[in-house]
Design a protein around this ligand. Structure first.
Ligand code: NAD
Length: 260
């Protein structure tokens, strides 16, 4: 029997990350969950996922704003499972405000979690992946890795940074069986988006209903939110053997947003 592949999904206690972790466990990977949240709730999710899939599912509470925690997450996974095959850098936060009012400490935290965490995790994971001759690194970036929206200076800068980082590391890893890609979702209705609706309403002086219709879905020609399952399916494909020639790619999954 071939050995099960092992995947870390950062920020997988909620939203897109949890959907990706679930999809990977169902597809035969052992999975390391990570993220913030209520300890009891996280344990319930972990145990349910393990029971329904037969995968080994563990939780690691590494803080993605802390470089030592991030390196520790990779090394603890390699020690526990003897390998790390798939790294999904998904943890991310958002803050919406005009740049004049943007708190500098929020800027720093967004760069740490949304950009630098991927640098630290890839830096730690690559040596083992190269040595084993196989690795798949999927960064959940955003349509905001390709285009901007007002009032999201820190997020847009960090996600554009991910695009550059992905291309660079893909070139460095290309001959080692390791692929590095960015997935760029449009709007997905997760807690991250739900939380920014009132702030966007305030920043633009419009109602929350108008934010959904005239700001979020206005950007997406399909006029619907991208689903967590759609993003998870793409991440799983990129993690598979058949995606071996896809590397350094910045892949939109945005209902046509970045086509215009
Ligand atoms: P979410 O708020 O539902 O989930 C974010 C996850 O990151 C949670 O598990 C949270 O605990 C974790 N996290 C936050 N800070 C952390 C920290 N310091 N250490 C460890 N974990 C931390 O958000 P989501 O919408 O599922 O977003 C997931 C990723 O997808 C993010 O990178 C986000 O930028 C990206 N994205 C989301 C959308 C969208 O519309 N929802 C669109 C494009 C890209």
């Amino acid at each position: 029997m071939t050995e099960r592949r092992v995947a870390i999904v950062t920020g997988s206690t909620s939203g897109i990350g949890l959907g990706i972790a679930r999809r990977f466990a169902h597809a035969g990977h052992d999975v390391v969950l990570n993220g913030l949240g209520d300890t009891g709730e996280i344990e319930k999710t972990r145990a349910e996922l393990e029971a329904e899939t037969g995968a080994k599912v563990v939780f690691d509470g590494a803080d993605m704003s802390k470089p030592d925690d991030i390196v520790g997450l990779v090394h603890r996974t390699e020690a526990a499972f003897g390998r790390l095959d798939v790294l999904v850098n998904n943890a991310g936060i958002q803050f919406v405000a005009p740049i004049e009012d943007f708190p500098p400490e929020r800027w720093d935290l967004i760069q740490q979690i949304n950009l630098s965490a991927s640098f630290h995790s890839m830096r730690a994971a690559l040596p083992g992946m190269k040595a084993r001759g196989f690795g798949r690194i999927v960064n959940i970036a955003s349509a905001h890795a390709l285009v901007a929206s007002p009032f999201k200076s820190a997020y847009v800068a960090a996600k554009h940074g991910i695009a550059g980082l992905v291309k660079t590391v893909a070139l460095e890893a290309a001959t080692f069986g390791v692929t590095v890609n960015a997935v760029c979702p449009g709007y997905v209705l997760t807690p991250l988006v739900e939380k920014q609706i009132p702030d966007t309403a305030k920043a633009r002086g419009i109602t929350e209903e108008e934010v959904v219709r005239d700001v979020l879905l206005a950007a997406q020609p399909t006029k619907r939110f991208v689903t967590v399952d759609e993003v998870a399916a793409l991440a799983l494909f990129l993690a598979g053997d058949e995606a071996g020639s896809i590397t350094g790619a910045i892949i939109p999954i945005d209902g046509g947003w970045t086509a215009h």
